[in-house]
Write a protein of this length. Structure first.
Length: 231
Protein backbone atom coordinates (compact mmCIF):
# COMPACT_ATOMS: atom_id res chain seq x y z
CA UNK A 1 0.00 0.00 0.00
CA UNK A 2 1.32 3.46 -0.82
CA UNK A 3 -0.27 6.78 0.16
CA UNK A 4 0.88 10.31 -0.57
CA UNK A 5 1.54 12.79 2.20
CA UNK A 6 3.06 16.23 2.43
CA UNK A 7 5.20 16.75 5.55
CA UNK A 8 5.78 20.08 7.17
CA UNK A 9 8.63 20.03 9.65
CA UNK A 10 6.81 22.08 12.27
CA UNK A 11 3.71 19.90 12.36
CA UNK A 12 5.06 16.49 11.40
CA UNK A 13 5.28 15.21 14.96
CA UNK A 14 1.57 15.95 15.40
CA UNK A 15 0.19 14.97 12.00
CA UNK A 16 2.27 11.92 11.09
CA UNK A 17 1.21 9.49 13.85
CA UNK A 18 -2.47 9.97 13.08
CA UNK A 19 -1.87 9.83 9.35
CA UNK A 20 0.00 6.55 9.66
CA UNK A 21 -2.83 5.08 11.67
CA UNK A 22 -5.41 6.10 9.08
CA UNK A 23 -3.49 5.36 5.90
CA UNK A 24 -1.33 2.32 6.66
CA UNK A 25 -2.55 -0.14 9.25
CA UNK A 26 0.16 -0.85 11.76
CA UNK A 27 1.24 -4.39 12.39
CA UNK A 28 -0.02 -6.84 15.03
CA UNK A 29 1.52 -6.91 18.49
CA UNK A 30 2.31 -10.63 18.52
CA UNK A 31 5.70 -12.10 17.68
CA UNK A 32 6.19 -12.78 13.98
CA UNK A 33 8.14 -15.88 12.94
CA UNK A 34 8.89 -16.68 9.32
CA UNK A 35 11.08 -19.03 7.34
CA UNK A 36 13.27 -18.75 4.25
CA UNK A 37 15.84 -16.40 5.75
CA UNK A 38 13.33 -13.93 7.17
CA UNK A 39 13.88 -12.54 10.63
CA UNK A 40 12.28 -13.91 13.77
CA UNK A 41 12.17 -11.15 16.35
CA UNK A 42 10.26 -10.44 19.53
CA UNK A 43 7.63 -7.74 19.22
CA UNK A 44 9.42 -5.36 21.59
CA UNK A 45 12.18 -4.89 18.99
CA UNK A 46 14.91 -4.34 21.60
CA UNK A 47 17.42 -6.65 19.91
CA UNK A 48 19.73 -4.92 17.40
CA UNK A 49 19.32 -6.09 13.81
CA UNK A 50 20.56 -5.53 10.26
CA UNK A 51 17.74 -6.17 7.81
CA UNK A 52 16.67 -5.44 4.24
CA UNK A 53 12.97 -4.76 3.61
CA UNK A 54 11.04 -5.28 0.40
CA UNK A 55 7.74 -3.40 0.18
CA UNK A 56 4.75 -4.02 -2.11
CA UNK A 57 5.60 -2.45 -5.48
CA UNK A 58 9.29 -3.34 -5.20
CA UNK A 59 10.56 -0.47 -3.02
CA UNK A 60 13.55 -1.66 -0.96
CA UNK A 61 15.55 -0.27 1.92
CA UNK A 62 17.82 -1.56 4.66
CA UNK A 63 17.84 -0.72 8.35
CA UNK A 64 20.46 -1.36 11.01
CA UNK A 65 19.56 -0.68 14.64
CA UNK A 66 21.44 -0.60 17.92
CA UNK A 67 18.49 0.02 20.22
CA UNK A 68 18.66 3.83 20.37
CA UNK A 69 18.70 4.64 16.65
CA UNK A 70 18.16 3.16 13.21
CA UNK A 71 20.45 3.80 10.25
CA UNK A 72 18.32 3.53 7.13
CA UNK A 73 19.86 3.03 3.69
CA UNK A 74 17.65 4.08 0.75
CA UNK A 75 20.33 3.44 -1.85
CA UNK A 76 21.03 7.02 -2.88
CA UNK A 77 20.62 8.37 0.67
CA UNK A 78 21.33 7.26 4.21
CA UNK A 79 19.33 8.47 7.22
CA UNK A 80 19.81 8.23 10.97
CA UNK A 81 16.51 8.02 12.91
CA UNK A 82 16.16 8.30 16.68
CA UNK A 83 14.06 5.82 18.63
CA UNK A 84 10.77 7.16 19.96
CA UNK A 85 8.15 5.75 22.36
CA UNK A 86 5.69 3.38 20.65
CA UNK A 87 2.58 1.59 21.87
CA UNK A 88 3.49 -1.48 19.79
CA UNK A 89 6.67 -2.57 18.08
CA UNK A 90 9.55 -0.13 17.69
CA UNK A 91 9.45 3.34 16.18
CA UNK A 92 12.28 5.50 14.80
CA UNK A 93 11.87 8.98 13.33
CA UNK A 94 13.31 12.35 12.43
CA UNK A 95 11.52 15.50 11.23
CA UNK A 96 10.62 14.00 7.83
CA UNK A 97 10.87 10.21 8.07
CA UNK A 98 9.29 7.53 10.23
CA UNK A 99 10.06 3.81 10.51
CA UNK A 100 7.73 1.52 12.46
CA UNK A 101 8.98 -2.06 12.99
CA UNK A 102 6.92 -4.99 14.24
CA UNK A 103 8.54 -8.41 14.10
CA UNK A 104 9.97 -8.87 10.60
CA UNK A 105 7.62 -6.33 9.03
CA UNK A 106 7.82 -2.56 8.78
CA UNK A 107 6.00 0.58 7.70
CA UNK A 108 8.10 3.48 6.43
CA UNK A 109 7.01 7.05 5.73
CA UNK A 110 9.58 8.75 3.51
CA UNK A 111 9.67 11.03 0.47
CA UNK A 112 5.99 11.99 0.64
CA UNK A 113 4.81 8.35 0.67
CA UNK A 114 3.86 5.76 3.25
CA UNK A 115 4.72 2.16 2.45
CA UNK A 116 3.36 -0.59 4.64
CA UNK A 117 3.61 -4.37 4.57
CA UNK A 118 7.38 -4.26 4.00
CA UNK A 119 8.88 -7.66 4.80
CA UNK A 120 12.41 -7.95 6.15
CA UNK A 121 15.25 -10.40 5.73
CA UNK A 122 18.33 -10.46 7.93
CA UNK A 123 21.56 -9.44 6.18
CA UNK A 124 24.73 -11.01 7.54
CA UNK A 125 27.12 -8.49 5.96
CA UNK A 126 27.19 -5.46 3.61
CA UNK A 127 27.51 -7.73 0.55
CA UNK A 128 24.34 -9.63 1.34
CA UNK A 129 22.52 -6.41 2.23
CA UNK A 130 23.53 -4.87 -1.11
CA UNK A 131 22.33 -7.94 -3.01
CA UNK A 132 18.97 -7.89 -1.24
CA UNK A 133 18.61 -4.17 -2.06
CA UNK A 134 19.03 -4.93 -5.77
CA UNK A 135 22.62 -3.73 -6.22
CA UNK A 136 24.26 -5.24 -9.32
CA UNK A 137 27.93 -4.76 -8.45
CA UNK A 138 29.95 -3.84 -5.38
CA UNK A 139 33.60 -2.87 -5.02
CA UNK A 140 35.77 -1.96 -2.04
CA UNK A 141 39.28 -0.89 -1.16
CA UNK A 142 41.44 -0.11 1.86
CA UNK A 143 43.77 2.60 3.17
CA UNK A 144 41.74 4.72 2.95
CA UNK A 145 38.61 2.60 3.08
CA UNK A 146 36.02 3.04 0.33
CA UNK A 147 33.17 1.15 -1.31
CA UNK A 148 31.19 1.52 -4.52
CA UNK A 149 27.74 0.16 -5.32
CA UNK A 150 26.24 0.17 -8.83
CA UNK A 151 22.63 -0.31 -9.89
CA UNK A 152 22.74 -0.64 -13.66
CA UNK A 153 21.10 2.27 -15.48
CA UNK A 154 20.19 4.07 -12.26
CA UNK A 155 23.05 5.13 -10.00
CA UNK A 156 26.59 4.64 -8.78
CA UNK A 157 27.43 5.62 -5.24
CA UNK A 158 30.73 5.97 -3.41
CA UNK A 159 31.17 5.78 0.36
CA UNK A 160 34.54 6.89 1.74
CA UNK A 161 35.88 6.30 5.23
CA UNK A 162 35.78 9.48 7.28
CA UNK A 163 33.35 11.20 4.89
CA UNK A 164 29.79 11.74 6.14
CA UNK A 165 28.30 12.30 2.68
CA UNK A 166 28.12 9.82 -0.18
CA UNK A 167 28.93 10.66 -3.78
CA UNK A 168 26.03 9.60 -6.02
CA UNK A 169 26.24 9.68 -9.81
CA UNK A 170 22.89 9.27 -11.56
CA UNK A 171 22.68 7.28 -14.79
CA UNK A 172 26.37 6.32 -14.94
CA UNK A 173 27.72 5.52 -18.39
CA UNK A 174 28.86 1.91 -18.82
CA UNK A 175 31.43 1.04 -21.49
CA UNK A 176 33.44 -2.00 -22.51
CA UNK A 177 37.03 -1.25 -23.54
CA UNK A 178 39.02 -2.96 -26.23
CA UNK A 179 41.08 -4.72 -23.55
CA UNK A 180 37.93 -6.26 -22.06
CA UNK A 181 37.63 -3.98 -19.02
CA UNK A 182 34.26 -2.57 -17.91
CA UNK A 183 34.23 1.14 -17.10
CA UNK A 184 31.55 3.21 -15.36
CA UNK A 185 31.77 7.01 -15.49
CA UNK A 186 29.70 9.83 -14.03
CA UNK A 187 29.79 13.05 -12.03
CA UNK A 188 28.82 13.87 -8.46
CA UNK A 189 29.41 16.95 -6.29
CA UNK A 190 31.51 18.50 -9.04
CA UNK A 191 33.86 15.50 -9.28
CA UNK A 192 34.52 13.16 -12.19
CA UNK A 193 33.99 9.55 -11.13
CA UNK A 194 35.41 6.53 -12.94
CA UNK A 195 35.26 2.89 -11.89
CA UNK A 196 37.32 0.46 -13.98
CA UNK A 197 36.88 -3.30 -13.55
CA UNK A 198 39.14 -5.98 -14.97
CA UNK A 199 38.60 -9.73 -14.87
CA UNK A 200 41.66 -10.55 -12.83
CA UNK A 201 41.81 -12.06 -9.36
CA UNK A 202 42.07 -9.69 -6.40
CA UNK A 203 42.67 -10.18 -2.66
CA UNK A 204 41.37 -7.70 -0.11
CA UNK A 205 44.32 -6.44 1.92
CA UNK A 206 42.33 -6.30 5.17
CA UNK A 207 40.19 -9.45 5.18
CA UNK A 208 42.28 -11.64 2.87
CA UNK A 209 39.12 -12.52 0.92
CA UNK A 210 39.48 -13.27 -2.79
CA UNK A 211 37.40 -11.57 -5.50
CA UNK A 212 37.11 -12.22 -9.25
CA UNK A 213 37.47 -8.56 -10.29
CA UNK A 214 40.13 -5.91 -9.75
CA UNK A 215 38.76 -2.39 -9.34
CA UNK A 216 40.33 1.01 -9.91
CA UNK A 217 38.32 3.99 -8.65
CA UNK A 218 39.30 7.44 -9.93
CA UNK A 219 37.99 10.61 -8.26
CA UNK A 220 39.13 13.47 -10.46
CA UNK A 221 42.89 12.74 -10.50
CA UNK A 222 43.04 10.55 -7.39
CA UNK A 223 43.19 6.78 -7.92
CA UNK A 224 42.14 4.13 -5.41
CA UNK A 225 42.59 0.41 -5.95
CA UNK A 226 40.51 -2.48 -4.67
CA UNK A 227 38.45 -5.57 -5.46
CA UNK A 228 34.94 -6.20 -6.74
CA UNK A 229 32.35 -8.79 -7.66
CA UNK A 230 28.93 -8.80 -9.26
CA UNK A 231 25.88 -9.55 -7.16
Amino acid sequence: MQCSWFPRTAVLAVVLPGFLAGCAALLPTSTVTTSGGNASTAANGDEPFARVYTCPGGFRFSARTDGDEARVDLGTRRLTLAREPAETGTRYADDETLLQVQGNQATIAVDASIRSGCRGRDAADPWQAAALRGVDLRALGQEPGWSVEVVEGEWLRIVQAGEADMLVARDPVRERTGSGATVYTGRAAGQRLRLRLTESGCTDSMSGESYPLTATLTLDERQLRGCARTL
